[in-house]
Design a protein around this ligand. Structure first.
Ligand code: ASP
Length: 326
């Protein structure tokens, strides 16, 4: 029997066309087009729900929460859900849904790098691949998946690595989970991460600051003025910062603002190793937390969910200190 798949559209380049003189902009034919897409009809019974039709830089965490809730509300009637999304913030939305959504059924994000007006469209192939993965029983209990360019990645690990190429999505640390081949869906591995933060509230006032040589504490000061609940700092290497930002970090800790270090490197974990001023061990002894291998934008999303669930900074701290996912 054919699987029943719901496609939830949010917008992005996959739903855009070139419209002179405005450039590439959202187009309202996409949802209708999906409803009568012959390649899809062959592989599944398809319903389409338009959640939004916007570029993904417009998508903010409250919308991500609404998207996760929409998925949980609707999935009962389907074997799986495919979400079409802009590539720019796809890794954040997909990870957000991965943390918050309660379902164990397949939820698959897909997108396109080329608009409907370009040669060599990647969108149709990506949608067909995503629907096949969503309809595959082996896709259950793997967390939210991302299907692009015939590859299957975990939402937690995937990043957009290139600004224009169609093979832009990759999991540079841990590698892909599987592939979409013409004859079948093949899984090579299962992710060991199964973190769920079940909450119907989030805290959006969490900032992300990237370290660079010679910086001062002004961005941390600005976050404190705006009453941020937590600040993620993308530190150098294993988790080290310029000593010129130590006073601002100390001020944040005194105000009970959680500081979490992640690495600005492409791959790898942070670790309390260096004891010099600004080193990871030095900062950890002061009360700064180290956030494992998660990249900055995703750690920020994780903290939004954790502060939505726990409210008090000490509870979030305890959760992170005891988490095997760091
Ligand atoms: N700017 C677009 C978006 O994220 C890029 C894309 O979808 O590829 O909406």
């Amino acid at each position: 029997m054919k699987k029943k798949i719901l496609i939830i559209t949010t917008g992005g380049t996959i739903a855009m066309k070139h419209n002179s003189p405005f450039g590439v902009i959202p187009n309202d034919e996409f949802t209708e087009h999906l409803r009568s897409f012959p390649q899809l009809e062959k592989i599944a019974t398809i319903d389409v729900h338009e959640f939004s039709n916007i570029p993904s830089p417009f998508i903010d965490p409250p919308m991500m929460l609404k998207l996760a809730q929409t998925i949980d509300d609707k999935i009962e009637n389907y074997d799986g859900i495919v979400v079409t999304h802009g590539t720019d913030t796809l890794e954040e939305s997909a990870y957000f849904v991965d943390l918050i959504s309660k379902t164990q059924k397949p939820v698959v994000f897909t997108a396109a790098m080329r608009s409907g007006s370009e040669l060599g469209l990647d969108g149709p192939r990506n949608i067909v691949g995503a629907v096949r993965v969503a309809g595959c029983s082996r896709s259950s209990r793997r967390g939210v998946l991302v299907v692009m360019n015939d590859e299957i990645d975990s939402a937690r690990d995937v990043v957009k690595t290139d600004s224009s190429k169609t093979d832009t999505f990759a999991s540079p640390s841990l590698g892909l989970l599987g592939i979409v081949d013409p004859d079948k869906i093949i899984y090579y591995r299962k992710s060991e991460y199964h973190e769920k933060i079940i909450t119907d509230k989030i805290e959006s006032n969490i900032d992300l600051i990237k370290c660079c040589s010679g910086m001062d504490g002004r961005f941390i000061e600005a976050s404190l003025e705006h009453k941020a609940k937590a600040i993620v700092i993308e530190a150098f290497g294993r988790g080290n910062v310029p000593k010129t930002i130590i006073p601002a970090i100390e001020k944040a800790l005194l105000q009970n603002v959680l500081i979490v270090l992640v690495s600005r490197t492409y791959t790898g974990r942070v670790l309390p190793e260096y004891g010099y001023p600004g080193g990871g061990l030095f900062l950890h002894k002061k009360g700064v937390l180290l956030g494992g291998d998660l990249k900055g934008p995703k750690m920020r999303i994780r903290l939004m969910a954790l502060f939505g669930k726990y409210k008090h900074v000490d509870d979030v701290k305890n959760y992170l200190l005891n988490s095997k996912d760091n």
